[in-house]
Structures are given as structure tokens and as C-alpha cells.
Design a protein around this ligand. Structure first.
Ligand code: DHB
Ligand code: MG
Length: 289
């Protein structure tokens, strides 16, 4: 997984915990496909100002200052809104010790999940893709004491690490990790539905099937969040891409953007604005169609 991450981004494996200071490859404005994808009404949407003549040194200085500013803002926002306590830090360390890829959500993502849980009055949360339990801790902490988080994890080894992480966070009373391929566990959750918040952060090629289940296991007013829906802009490109993950994420984005049962947006809040969540509020549940 880490190898794929490296191949995909062209950079060293990144640690989301320190991602504020790590630059993943930002989409190049010179990339014809990308420029095309981001053209709207003939205007190219670029955030950097244009530089007439050869002023590349000044342009480089401005870009550096801009990157530095974004890093500082990210750190300050985490400090103010989403500081990690010992249990969250320990969950990251436990994942590293168990050789899991450091691909957990960012602290601001975690806080955003809690804001969304509060917005829908979440008492039951479904987490698809547990890994070391970092996002599960953020989600479980958004629940009342009698609330319930069910987290689905493919690997027994990862589930054991996550259960220990949740125990350290004192969340074992309301958080349960179920082992197996999510697509096989989901049909068994019908009796425990509806879930108020569903967070999808697992194998990308499964995203459409997980969305289908999220619709079945939710109610009007539920919130469905999916991680990695921007991924350097690749899923948003007009051109075709052979990578199955990219195709799956693009299909997910296009579906939630256009499905009349949902009100959705994707926010570029991660990895220096190159990745982020797709957030959907269910307005009509699948059961009521
Ligand atoms: C990968 C998966 C993730 O959920 C993520 O947030 C980042 C990377 C991956 O499989 O490479
Ligand atoms: Mg993810």
C-alpha cells in the first residue's frame, strides 16, 4: 500500500500526522488535461497570479511564501480546533509499529467528522475501513455515552490494533470493530440501521458498492462522508484514467454530485488542498424510493 502511495504521488511515503509540512505532488497547471478539467466558461481557474515577461524568480518566491503560509495556517488550525491528545497520538504510533501505511485522516478531518456528527445528532455511526482506529476514535468521541460506532475492518491484525487504540481512548463501551470484507459485513447491519453518519475510507474500488449500502442503511438527514475523493485532481479529470482506484473515485464523485437523493460537496482540505472528503446529506433514503 505504501509502495503504491509512493508510485502514485512520486514523493516519499507521507505521514498524515505531519502532513502540514509535507508536500504531495500538486497538480501541475501545465498539465493539459488538468488545465482542461479546471477550465470553466473559457476561464482557466488558477490561484497564482500571472507573471508577464520573465519574472520566474519572483514567481518562485511567491509560491514559496504561499506554501509556507498554508503550512502555518494548517498548523494553527489544528492547534486551535483539533489538537491530538495522547490516545490519538498513540493510535498513530501503534499503526506505525504494526507496519500499517500512515494514511489516516488528518486532525482537521477528524474534527470535521465530529462537527458533522453533531449536525445530524449522531447516535449510531458506521465506519467503513478501520486501519489503526484513528478515525474511529474521532467518531466514537462524537457519540453520546449510549451511542454506538460500528467499524468494519478487513484485517484481523489491524482490528486488534484498532481495538487497543479505542481502549486507550476509553471508547470500548461504544465502539465495536467487526472483521471481514466490508461488502460481506454490510448486509448484516440492516437490523442495526439506520446509521446517522457513515464514513467510507476503505478500498477505493469498493466505494460505489459502499455508497449503495450507505443509502440502504441511512435515513433522510443522515450524512455520508467518503475520504480521498479528490486525490490530486485525478478523479476529476475529463480524460480517462486506467487506474481502477482513480476510476472508482471519479465515479463516486460524479454520482454523489448528481444523485437527487443527496446534497453533496467535495472539499479540498487535505494534503495541501489536493485531497479531501466528499460530504453528502441524504435527502431521500433508498428505502423510501
Ligand atoms: C490510500 C488510502 C487512503 O484511504 C488514504 O487516505 C490515502 C492513501 C492508499 O490506499 O494509498
Ligand atoms: Mg483515506
Amino acid at each position: 500500500m505504501t509502495a503504491r502511495l509512493v508510485a502514485e504521488t512520486g514523493s516519499a511515503p507521507y505521514n498524515a500526522y505531519t502532513q502540514a509540512s509535507v508536500q504531495r505532488n500538486a497538480p501541475s497547471p501545465n498539465d493539459a488535461a488538468m488545465t482542461g478539467a479546471f477550465q470553466r466558461n473559457g476561464a482557466t481557474c488558477m490561484t497564482s497570479p500571472s507573471y508577464p515577461g520573465d519574472n520566474s524568480a519572483k514567481q518562485l518566491d511567491d509560491l514559496r511564501a504561499n506554501a509556507q503560509q498554508r503550512t502555518e495556517i494548517d498548523a494553527a488550525l489544528i492547534d486551535l480546533f483539533a489538537p491530538e491528545d495522547d490516545a490519538l497520538k498513540a493510535a498513530i504510533a501503534a499503526g506505525q509499529d504494526a507496519n500499517m501505511p500512515p494514511i489516516q485522516i488528518s486532525p482537521l478531518d477528524g474534527r470535521l467528522l465530529q462537527v458533522l456528527a453533531a449536525a445530524c445528532g449522531a447516535r449510531k455511526i458506521l465506519d467503513i475501513g478501520t486501519l489503526a482506529g484513528y478515525s474511529s476514535i474521532w467518531l466514537a468521541r462524537a457519540l453520546p455515552a449510549d451511542g454506538k460506532l460500528i467499524s468494519l475492518e478487513m484485517s484481523e491484525k489491524h482490528a486488534a490494533v484498532a481495538r487497543a487504540s479505542l481502549a486507550r481512548a476509553d471508547m470500548s463501551d461504544r465502539a465495536e470493530v467487526r472483521v471481514g470484507p466490508a461488502i460481506e459485513s454490510l448486509p448484516g447491519l440492516t437490523d442495526e440501521a439506520p446509521f446517522d453518519l457513515i464514513f467510507i475510507d476503505a478500498d477505493k474500488t469498493g466505494y460505489l458498492a459502499y455508497l449503495d449500502w450507505a443509502m440502504k442503511l441511512s435515513r433522510p438527514g443522515s450524512i455520508i462522508v467518503a475520504d480521498n475523493c479528490i486525490r490530486g485532481g485525478k478523479p476529476l479529470r475529463a480524460t480517462t484514467d486506467d487506474d481502477p482506484d482513480t476510476q472508482a473515485l471519479g465515479n463516486y464523485d460524479r454520482l454523489v454530485a448528481s444523485d437527487a437523493r443527496l446534497v453533496s460537496v467535495a472539499l479540498p482540505i487535505d494534503n495541501d488542498g489536493t485531497d479531501g472528503f466528499a460530504i453528502s446529506v441524504v435527502v431521500t433514503s433508498a428505502k423510501n424510493e
